[in-house]
Write a protein that binds this ligand. Sequence first.
Ligand code: HEM
Length: 439
Amino acid sequence: MTEITVPPGGWFSHLFAISADPLHTIAAWAEGADGAVRIPWPVPGQRSMLITDPALIEEILVRKHKHFRKDWFTRRLSNVMGDSLVTAEGETWRRQRKLAQPAFHSRQIDGYARVMVEEAEACVAPLADGQALDLNAEMMALTLRVVCRALFGARMTEDIHGVAEAIEAYMRWYLGVGGSGVPLPDWVPSAANREKDAAIALLDDVLARLIAARRAEPADDLLSTLIAAVDEDGGGLSDRELRDEAATLMLAGHETTAQALTMGFFLLGTHPDALARLHAEVDALEGPLGLHSLAGLDYTTRVFKETMRLYPPVWGIGREALEDVTIGDLPLHRGDQIWLAQWAMHRSPRFFDDPLAFRPERWTPEMEAALPRFAYFPFGGGPRVCIGQRFAMMEGALLLAALARQARFEPQSPEPPELLPSVTIRPVGGLPVTVRRRT
Ligand code: HEM
């Protein structure tokens, strides 16, 4: 029998708590709940449920995924992503996933190891000993360069600054929507909407040029693979679909990894033993890093996994029930809002010993085999599992290693930064660090 808890208080106090401090509120609701939490909700006839049983999460994401669609916050992204992999539903999504999948086959992704190492080395080389910097901004710029080179080849270099600014401007608008107050409709000519429209127009312009160039002259990049993809009817992606996929991959593929790297370096900077183990591992690797190095980066990979446990870049997944459906023995109604929160599950003592401790060594093959499938799901699951998972895992290990070979980053405060949850969780005010070069 699924246990349903209801946190005390009315919908107003819950709405206020979740707007003011989503991470603590979600963790507090989930604490001790071993099934589902029914959150008092202001919309008549619509309920809101936080699911805390991994078996029920599996049912929603895997076995009964057809009964759900993405939630309102994800759907809002369609003004920049269009009707693309992240935002599309049903047949439109299935066709796009099929066409995009070849671009993410391991053979293709493995080819980007060199780009990842090159970009990481170019990022760390100019940093001076004692220099202060915002590591979060640095990681955002680095992962944007990596994903853009993988997507568009070398051509992106000249547009990268404009694109980075446009994405930041868009995210400011999105954060305003997700974080506070009542969002204004897109057509209201408010300053925020105008800034967002200008950012989307800049992205449209850059992407149109890149797509035209790649149609004329294919290269060894993800965009060319997407252009070459054909479905069973012999049709491929239109220019509009290519634009939407490219914008989606740029957005989904850089901020997530950047947040994991930022928090990874924060945890290493505040856990000297773990840092020493990671240094011993990367220093033992000879010659330039690349795909071949991954086999020797076992501890580094565990650091990345443990970071995504404590600080899952995607902290929650939202779904809306499309019809009445029963999950386990829990009846859900059409329109119910469903929350699956990595943030709460990954930090639960039900699944992890000493859950708030940073212990990369816990990630043994035995521990992974014994872990319930959806107690840890940084990349989601089921048909809509992250298409970039392999790319991200490889990027995480290679970037941590390539940067740690040359420098360590001393956080200016040992206290975890305040986090702002949006699509990802971002440190408020960045992550100020002092660079220490390694000899
Ligand atoms: C540490 C890095 C990453 C994390 C934690 C992450 C997490 C996720 C999660 C949780 C989802 C599922 C969302 C849902 O079910 O509603 C997702 C979907 C997606 N991710 Fe990632 N992601 C990462 C990196 C990447 C990269 C590098 C790319 C592309 C280069 C990417 C592209 C996508 C796309 C296109 C989807 C939508 C897939 C679909 O619905 O078919 N992600 N990601």
